[in-house]
Design a protein around this ligand. Structure first.
Ligand SMILES: Nc1ncnc2c1ncn2[C@@H]1O[C@H](COP(=O)(O)OP(=O)(O)O)[C@@H](O)[C@H]1O
Ligand SMILES: [Mg+2]
Length: 307
């Protein structure tokens, strides 16, 4: 089932700032979508459009076939969201905040308490459950807002930088939780700057820069947009004459090949020339490298276009 659809989605803020510019893509249910892009790219605006907090200037979007601007209540039953500003009450405790939101979503009190307690436990907030939110640290608020977004077991979660402001241990904890939700079939729409972690959990990506969508697809598809080449790192006693390489250390060489099929030929070449091979690894471009290549390519194109 299709979870998210954007069709020529555009948003121009008052004053003429085109934050989202004609974006189209769709996501299937169960996907973990990493929405990546530099500050000001238009990620938060897109999330706000998908959650009905903003209305499109042009084009449309759907979440489980609902128009967020037309059906906000129905959509909120199905979705959870965390944006930069978690809307919660300072004068209520952590537990009371969760119960308030759970009952708002139509949960009965006992289900709500059970689920809230499990989430507080899971997010290391159980000891602070009776403390007023005003006494929570930034990291604690951040984790509570994640619990709030998940209280009614939504089918889709929109997470806007859920780990910003968290210490590495809490960030890890939140990331593992996202992974667990995804494994249970929750669709995740995740804006993050943690590219290494995104690479571990996301099934598909969208790359946005200055309001425009540069690329969508899984990591293999993104890689081929940048380069299909593979870097092979070898530790060997010698490199035969005529084999192109870059020295990466003592007896360590990097050789760039068109595909993995060429690796056995390299090893045979070394052995044939009387050498020994101690280590071979094929290094594909990481998400981080792909990200910077695509952003650089796009910035270059835009600058070139202005000349
Ligand atoms: N309420 C607003 N009014 C005017 N411009 C805005 C508003 N919110 C965001 N913008 C602008 O829209 C662009 C995209 O912002 P945003 O969606 O927050 O990007 P991101 O989340 O990727 O950092 C930026 O240029 C930002 O300054
Ligand atoms: Mg943002």
């Amino acid at each position: 089932m299709r979870a998210v659809l954007l069709e020529n989605l555009s948003k121009t803020y008052t004053g003429g700032n085109k934050a989202v510019d004609d974006i189209s893509f769709s996501l299937e249910q169960g996907e973990v979508f990493g929405f990546l892009g530099p500050n000001g790219a238009g990620k938060t605006t897109t999330i706000k459009l998908l959650c009905g907090m903003l209305t499109p200037s042009n084009g449309c979007c759907r979440v489980f076939d609902l128009d967020p601007a037309q059906n906000p209540e129905k959509l909120h039953q199905l979705s959870g969201v965390i944006t930069e500003h978690a809307q919660m009450y300072d004068h209520l405790s952590g537990l009371e905040n969760l119960i308030f939101y759970g009952t708002l979503f139509g949960m009965n009190l006992s289900d709500c308490e059970k689920r809230a307690t499990a989430l507080l436990e899971r997010l290391n907030l159980i000891d602070a459950r009776q403390r007023k939110l005003s006494a929570y640290s930034t990291g604690m608020r951040q984790r509570l807002s994640l619990a709030r977004a998940m209280i009614h077991s939504p089918k889709i979660l929109f997470l806007d930088e859920p780990t910003s402001g968290l210490d590495p241990e809490s960030a890890q904890n939140v990331n593992i939780l996202i992974q667990e939700l995804a494994a249970r079939g929750t669709t995740i729409f995740l804006c993050t700057h943690q590219l290494r972690y995104a690479q571990e959990i996301c099934t598909t990506y969208g790359l946005i820069n200055k309001g425009s969508l540069l690329a969508t697809g899984n990591i293999e598809e993104l890689r081929t947009m940048v380069s299909s080449k593979v870097k092979v790192r070898l530790k060997a006693s010698l490199i035969p004459d005529g084999m192109a390489y870059q020295k990466a250390g003592e007896h360590t060489y990097d050789i760039t090949v068109g595909s993995e099929d060429e690796i056995p030929l390299i090893v045979k070449g070394i052995v044939g020339a009387g050498g020994d091979v101690y280590h071979v690894s094929a290094e594909r471009m990481s998400l981080e490298e792909i990200y910077f290549s695509l952003i650089d390519m796009n910035n270059g194109k835009m600058e070139g276009g202005n000349l």
